[in-house]
Structures are given as structure tokens and as C-alpha cells.
Design a protein around this ligand. Structure first.
Ligand SMILES: NC(=O)N[C@@H](O)C(=O)O
Ligand code: NI
Length: 162
């Protein structure tokens, strides 16, 4: 069993896996006569393969128990997948870099601060959505279309916090 202690999510630490979606760290500029600040082009949505299209969905998730014990990671080779909390929910992230095999030494675990979302780039191995403490509601942007866009990799991981 791989044991990991989750650490705070930062754009730099998450860079090998995708983007952190956070108004506080994005480039922004005023629009709408100054009434709105546009936090611009925060994450790269990618949809690959036949009949690819972008999906917008909402996930309502029940909280996970801690320590989080998972038995597999998954990846979406044909598209990115973004999760943005709608009510400042905190969630756990377990990721490994894209590739056909997962090197346990490269598996990382993070926790978010409520203001952060993530966008997994295509092929990033990750645990399924794991909200902490209370039911969570997330806006999800990912890829629809032909082909298999969800592959699993068996891996036993236990994640603790703090
Ligand atoms: N299956 C699904 O839509 N969600 C997963 O990909 C996930 O990462 O939670
Ligand atoms: Ni996924």
C-alpha cells in the first residue's frame, strides 16, 4: 500500500499534472465598463479524437472518509477534465504524470483550500473526485465523443491529511 500525506495544492506543484483554477493566481483585466474583473484563460480545455466535444456537467459528491483509501487511478486519454467547487468545498487530489505505467514514486497527493479547482490534462492519472468534510457540488468540464476516454490503473494508496 502506498502511503501519502497530502500537501497544500499550488500551481507550481501541480504543473506536471495540469492547471490549478484559481482567480487569485490568474491573469485578469477589467471588462463591462469596469464592473467585472475577467480572470482570463485559466486552464486549457482539450478534447481529442472522433466526434470530440466539450461537456459541462455538475457533480454532487458525498464526502470521503479519511484516511482516503483508493485501489486505482484513472486517466482520460482523449481530453482534459476540470473540477471547480461551487461552494468553496475542499477536496483531495491524488495524481501521477501521464504515461502508460504509474511510477509509485511519482504519485502525489494534495488538498485544496476551497478557492481552488483543478484541470487534469489529458492522460494525467488521478483518483476520482474526492470531496472532504461535506457534500460537494462541482462544475465539471470534460470531453464527450466516440472512443474510450476512461482507463484504470490498479494501485493501492492510503492518503492522510496533515
Ligand atoms: N467518471 C467521471 O465522470 N468522473 C471521474 O472521471 C472523476 O475523475 O471523478
Ligand atoms: Ni476523471
Amino acid at each position: 500500500m502506498l502511503e501519502l500525506n497530502a500537501r497544500p495544492l499550488t500551481p507550481q506543484s501541480f504543473a506536471p499534472f495540469g492547471d490549478v483554477i484559481d482567480a487569485r493566481t490568474a491573469d485578469s483585466f477589467p471588462i463591462n465598463e469596469g464592473r467585472t474583473q475577467r480572470h482570463h484563460d485559466i486552464a486549457k480545455v482539450e478534447t481529442l479524437g472522433d466526434d470530440a466535444r466539450t461537456l459541462i456537467s455538475i457533480f454532487v459528491s458525498q464526502p470521503v472518509e479519511l484516511p482516503l483509501e483508493i485501489s486505482y487511478l484513472e486517466r482520460h486519454p482523449l481530453g482534459s477534465q476540470a473540477f471547480m467547487p461551487l461552494h468553496e468545498e475542499h477536496f483531495l487530489i491524488v495524481v501521477a504524470p501521464p504515461g502508460d505505467d504509474v511510477d509509485p514514486a511519482k504519485v502525489c497527493a494534495f488538498f485544496t483550500d476551497g478557492r481552488q479547482g483543478v484541470n487534469y490534462r489529458p492522460g494525467t492519472w488521478h483518483a476520482v473526485q474526492s470531496v472532504l468534510y461535506r457534500e460537494g457540488e462541482f462544475l465539471v468540464v470534460d470531453r464527450g465523443g466516440a472512443g474510450n476516454n476512461c482507463e484504470e490503473y490498479p494501485l493501492e494508496v492510503r492518503v492522510t491529511l496533515g
